[in-house]
Write a protein that binds this ligand. Structure first.
Ligand SMILES: Nc1ncnc2c1ncn2[C@@H]1O[C@H](COP(=O)(O)OP(=O)(O)OP(=O)(O)O)[C@@H](O)[C@H]1O
Length: 401
């Protein structure tokens, strides 16, 4: 299907192809331009009529197509293209484009949960100035909840009416994502009559996707997911509606569910680092650079036994040693050349163990891991114990990709 409209007084041919629309026109300089925009990247087509001060002419209507453009470093931005014609042509073109956009399922009703105390305490401003305009452009209705205390988000999700909700968006850091993921999973178990405390019970995955707008201190989940912590990029990933599966792992101790983990499960040093960082929250994001140094200097080795099922052979193996830490990456890390890259929704988890060694060697191992150097992980399909009774159960939940 093709339409001929105008762009800056010159003819512009718009052709609707199977998966994209092309716009072909000449610039004032005479240069020929062809813009090919996939339907999957289109956000909205707006028709604007003549203002009352304009003299009506045969082409005083316009269609502005808003779409997503890729920039360097995995960032996305909104771009627009305007063509002019009469009322019939403009409304017809806009209707055809809107129809193509709705072929892929996109969210229309969202619950947005903001932690005003995340990171540099700019989450509310970030949402209002950068995210809300993108949601409005795409006709998304959002119910905004600003938390006033820790755990409020997960408690609220136990009773909130989620029947018509297409997704929950967090504006904060990894901690808020963790809270919302826990809240949604617990709600899903309750709704299905599953006893979440039972370590043998299969976790029922939640149908409601989670979107993450980075406004925290670490923002690791979103960086792994989108390759950037750019706010507008995250908002655009949400509105385009494509989801990715990620793992959640339940951790049980003493016959009770401790929590669902979604990023790293750190036993020993890593857990101590996170615990110490929380005590220095007043330092803001810089606590993650300073506090770990003192925690590593006061490291302690434990007698640990790790039993796991090998990802490749399926054999159950056991390692006993004095270790500083056993870290399980729920968002696994796969090897790509000499680098470690995040892998979402993998059937295996990666485990890193730090056996007793000199401080120099230990620091080297930790910095290799921080720089994502390949070669220091074990890939396991099930980790059953690490010194304590901590069986893990895997589930998959959806994130907007
Ligand atoms: N209104 C609030 N006041 C204080 N703490 C809150 C509030 N709402 C949520 N929290 C808690 O704050 C913790 C940290 O929040 P969040 O992850 O958003 O920020 P961050 O710690 O700065 O970022 P990151 O987790 O990426 O380092 C979460 O565990 C959450 O439970």
């Amino acid at each position: 299907m093709a339409f001929v409209l105008k762009k800056s007084s010159k003819a512009c041919q718009v052709t609707l192809l199977q998966s994209s629309a092309t716009f072909e026109y000449q610039k004032r300089s005479g240069k020929h331009v062809l813009v090919d925009i996939p339907y999957s990247h289109m956000l909205a087509a707006e028709v604007v009529g003549p203002t009352c001060t304009e003299v009506y002419s045969s082409r005083s209507y316009s269609v502005t197509l808003h779409y997503v453009k890729s920039l360097s470093n995995n960032r996305l931005r909104v771009s627009s293209l305007e063509v002019q014609s009469d009322f019939d042509k403009c409304t017809n073109l806009a209707k055809q484009l809107e129809e193509q956009m709705t072929v892929t399922e996109r969210p229309k009703r969202l619950v947005v949960i903001i932690n005003p105390n995340s990171g540099k305490k700019r989450a509310e401003k970030v949402f209002k100035t950068k995210v809300q305009p993108v949601f409005s452009l795409c006709g998304i209705h959002s119910t905004v909840i600003v938390t006033s205390a820790p755990k409020e988000a997960s408690e609220l999700l136990q009773t909130l009416d989620l029947a018509d909700v297409d997704g929950v968006v967090t504006v904060g850091g990894d901690g808020l994502y963790y809270e919302v993921m826990n809240g949604l999973l617990l709600r899903t178990q309750k709704d299905h009559g599953v006893n979440a405390d039972d370590p043998e019970a299969e976790i029922i995955p939640t149908d409601i996707p989670i979107g993450i707008i980075p406004a925290g201190s670490g923002d690791w989940v979103v960086q792994y997911l989108h390759g950037t912590r750019d706010v507008i990029t995250s908002a655009l990933h949400v509105v385009l509606g494509k989801t990715s599966l990620t793992n959640a792992v339940s951790v049980h101790q003493g016959g009770k569910l401790s929590a669902y983990a979604g990023l790293v499960l750190g036993f020993g040093l890593q857990g101590d680092i996170m615990n110490d960082c929380e005590k220095f929250r007043w330092m803001g994001p810089s606590r993650y650079s300073v506090v770990p140094v003192s925690t590593v200097l006061s490291r302690q080795a434990f007698d640990v036994e790790v039993e796991y099922q090998d990802d490749v052979t399926g054999d159950v193996k056991r390692i006993s040693d004095q270790m500083y830490g056993v870290d399980t990456y729920i968002i696994s890390k796969g090897e790509q050349g000499d680098k470690l890259v995040p892998v979402f929704g993998d059937s295996a988890l990666s485990v890193y163990m730090s056996s007793k060694c000199s401080l120099g060697k230990h620091v080297q191992q930790l910095s290799d891991l921080k720089e994502n150097k390949a070669g220091c992980s074990l890939s396991i399909s099930r980790l059953s114990a690490c010194g304590y009774d901590m069986p893990f159960v895997l589930a998959l939940i959806k994130l907007w990709l």
